[in-house]
Design a binder for this molecule. Structure first.
Ligand SMILES: *[C@@H]1O[C@H](CO)[C@@H](O)[C@H](O)[C@H]1NC(C)=O
Ligand SMILES: *[C@@H]1O[C@H](CO)[C@@H](O)[C@H](O)[C@H]1NC(C)=O
Length: 198
C-alpha cells in the first residue's frame, strides 16, 4: 500500500515533468527543427544551422536553403550543394530554369545541346570557383566534381518543386528517361503536405 501510494504520487510528478518536457520538445522541434516548416520560416536563418543530408546520393551534401515543398516558396527554390571529388548528379533534364554559382572547387558541366530523340554526346564545360552557369530548359546535363577538392555550388531553380527525368546514359531515348518525383529531398515533406490536405 505504502509503496503503491508513494509510487503513484511520484509517478504523477514524473508524468507532469515528462509532459512539460515533451511539450517543450515539440515546441522547439516545431519552431526550430521541423523538416517541413511551411509558414513558420524565420526571415533570417544561419546557414550553418540548417539541416543537410546526402539523401542517399554518394558524395553529395544537399541543403534546401529555401524550398517549395519544404518552406512554401512559390516561384524559386535555392539549394546549397557540395560534391566530393568524383561525385556527380545523375544525367537528367527538367523543364525549369536552373542557375548555378560555383562557390568553391572546380568540375565539369556536361550538356547535351542537340535536340534529337536522345541526348547524345555532351559538350564539356569546365566550371570553377566564382563561375556561374545556367542550364537551358529540358537540356540533358550532368554536373560532376572532376577536381580534387570539394565542389560547392549555390543553385537556383524556377517553378519548384523540381520534376527530374533521369537517364542511364547519354544515348537513352528521351521517352525512356525516368521521372523521379518528388525528388529525394522533397520526399518527406511532400508526403506530409499530402496528408495535411486530406
Ligand atoms: C551560425 O551558426 C554557427 C554554427 O552553429 C555558429 O558558429 C555561428 O556563430 C552562427 N553565426 C551567428 C552570426 O550566429
Ligand atoms: C568573385 O567575383 C566578384 C566579382 O568580380 C568578386 O568581387 C569576388 O571577390 C570574387 N570572389 C572570389 C571568391 O574570387
Amino acid at each position: 500500500m505504502i509503496l503503491l501510494s508513494v509510487g503513484s504520487s511520484s509517478s504523477s510528478q514524473i508524468t507532469a515533468i515528462f509532459s512539460v518536457t515533451l511539450l517543450l520538445f515539440y515546441f522547439s522541434e516545431a519552431t526550430l527543427r521541423s523538416p517541413c516548416p511551411i509558414d513558420g520560416l524565420p526571415i533570417v536563418r544561419n546557414i550553418s544551422e540548417l539541416p543537410q543530408d546526402s539523401y542517399g546520393i554518394p558524395g553529395l551534401t544537399h541543403m534546401t536553403v529555401a524550398g517549395s515543398v519544404l518552406h512554401g516558396m512559390k516561384e524559386v527554390e535555392i539549394w546549397l550543394q557540395t560534391f566530393a571529388p568524383g561525385a556527380a548528379t545523375p544525367i537528367h533534364r527538367h523543364s525549369c530554369e536552373e542557375v548555378f554559382v560555383v562557390l568553391k572547387g572546380s568540375g565539369t558541366l556536361y550538356l547535351a545541346e542537340t535536340h534529337g530523340s536522345f541526348p547524345g554526346k555532351p559538350v564539356e564545360f569546365p566550371i570553377f570557383a566564382n563561375s556561374t552557369l545556367h542550364v537551358p530548359i529540358n537540356d540533358a546535363h550532368q554536373v560532376k566534381n572532376t577536381g580534387n577538392e570539394d565542389l560547392q555550388v549555390l543553385v537556383t531553380i524556377s517553378r519548384p518543386p523540381i520534376k527530374i527525368f533521369t537517364y542511364d546514359d547519354w544515348f537513352m531515348p528521351h521517352t525512356a528517361a525516368k521521372l523521379k518525383f518528388p525528388f529525394f529531398w522533397d520526399e518527406q515533406c511532400f508526403q506530409e503536405s499530402q496528408k495535411d490536405e486530406l
